[in-house]
Design a protein around this ligand. Structure first.
Ligand code: FEO
Length: 396
């Protein structure tokens, strides 16, 4: 599959319908993904990025149907991670001297991955590559999301090739943002931001400011995963500008794991109490042991407060709860509140440990938390509801 985007620019990537996990098992991809590669023809011909290694042979085979590979004058590697560079070894067997434009860190990373001394041309922000009527302008995008990432902007066509930024793990037969289900598109976009870009939000803000100050018209954003933003592309930039500023919606998320349903009953009672005090707030409950981690992270991203609950076991907490606390520590959410709860039989260490986890993750602990001995009776259920009400009022 290939298709023309605009003025001799073709998409020559790979749609991966069956991908269900990315970064090993780290990121769930319920809707598959795409690895977008682009062939740009002017007086010179440029290939932007490639595809993931398992599809390398297929990629090169298909590319040969588009072009005599010897006619490719330059390769731009916007990012060295192997989902974009994975077909380079296969391709470079055929055209070993073709210059590869990338950042200095991109060169280090590509050498680290493939141990090849290809014809690298390191570039930095503002450097240009003339290809005839048009120029590529390079913009380093350090930590969006890796130290080597960069954007390439094509003049006259006004296209920003943004690599991972503004992308989604979203496979669709319609590769344009205006042709796909909008709810799915924005769900995959916010999930991508929440799980991958949250720790770099300050850098996202600064980079978008920097790009906007360049006053480059942007008619299209060609990402390296998911759809091409051709209809009002500024809309995804605006979303990023919201998401990077300690984003939250009017939502409280309750996350727990439970051994014999006591902590689950507490979670449900807390949710009921919140709703009684605030009819407007969105409440979501997740048994983290039975939920997709990345989906839960996305809901945490949208929340103004979270409750985290666990039974006490071996003076500790259940491992799925420990896992999500570690996950959110790494993501460094800002300006969110956290509250612990849990049931116990003997020790009751769950509250202390959850509070420690929330603190390490940068959450503001707004209540000492609630632990209930054994199976919650009616009085305990009412205590849980009271806690829910108190937090609802406090965060209204
Ligand atoms: Fe899509 Fe950072 O690789």
């Amino acid at each position: 599959m290939s298709f023309e985007i605009k003025n001799n620019i073709k998409w020559v990537g790979k749609t991966d319908w069956e991908l269900r996990h990315f970064h090993g098992e780290e990121y769930s991809t319920h809707r598959g993904s795409t690895y977008n590669s682009y062939l740009v023809r002017d007086k010179k011909t440029v290939l932007i990025d490639t595809v993931w290694e398992p599809y390398a042979e297929e990629f090169v085979r298909n590319l040969k149907k588009e072009i005599d590979l010897n006619e490719i004058d330059y390769i731009i590697a916007n990012h060295a991670e192997t989902d974009h560079s994975g077909a380079l070894p296969e391709l470079m067997k055929e055209i070993p001297n073709t210059p590869i434009y990338c950042t200095q860190n991109g060169m280090k990373s590509l050498k680290g991955h493939y141990h090849q001394d290809w014809n690298f041309v390191p570039v930095k922000t503002g450097d240009k590559l003339n290809i005839g009527e048009k120029d590529f302008v390079f913009i380093e995008a350090r930590m969006l999301h890796w130290p080597d990432s960069m954007f390439s902007y094509l003049t006259k066509d006004n296209i920003l090739f943004s690599n991972d930024a503004f992308g989604q793990h979203y496979c669709s037969e319609s590769m344009y943002n205006d042709l796909v289900d909008q709810a799915e598109l924005f769900q995959e976009s916010i999930k991508y931001y929440a799980n991958i870009l949250t720790p770099f939000s300050k850098l996202v803000e600064n980079k978008i400011d920097e790009v906007l100050k360049l006053n480059l018209p942007v008619d299209m954003i060609c990402t390296s995963h998911g759809v091409i933003w051709r209809d009002n592309p500024i809309q995804i930039i605006n979303k990023y500008m919201q998401w990077c500023k300690n984003y939250k919606e009017n939502q409280i998320t309750i996350i727990y794991d439970t051994m014999y349903n006591s902590t689950r009953k507490m979670a449900e009672a807390i949710g009921k109490g919140i709703k009684e005090a605030d009819k407007e707030v969105t409440i979501k409950l997740f048994n983290i042991a039975r939920s997709d981690k990345n989906d839960v992270v996305t809901e945490i991203f949208k929340s103004k407060a979270i409750f985290v609950g666990s039974s006490t076991i071996n003076k500790g907490i259940l491992s799925p709860v420990a896992g999500i606390l570690e996950e959110i520590r790494g993501l460094a959410f800002k300006n969110k509140k956290g509250i612990a709860f849990g049931s116990y039989g003997w020790g009751g260490e769950c509250i202390k440990l959850i509070n420690e986890g929330l603190e390490k993750a940068g959450f503001e602990i707004v209540d000492e938390g609630l632990k209930i001995n054994w199976n919650p009776d009616q009085q305990a259920i009412e205590e849980c509801m009271e806690l829910g009400k108190k937090i609802a009022i406090r965060t209204k």
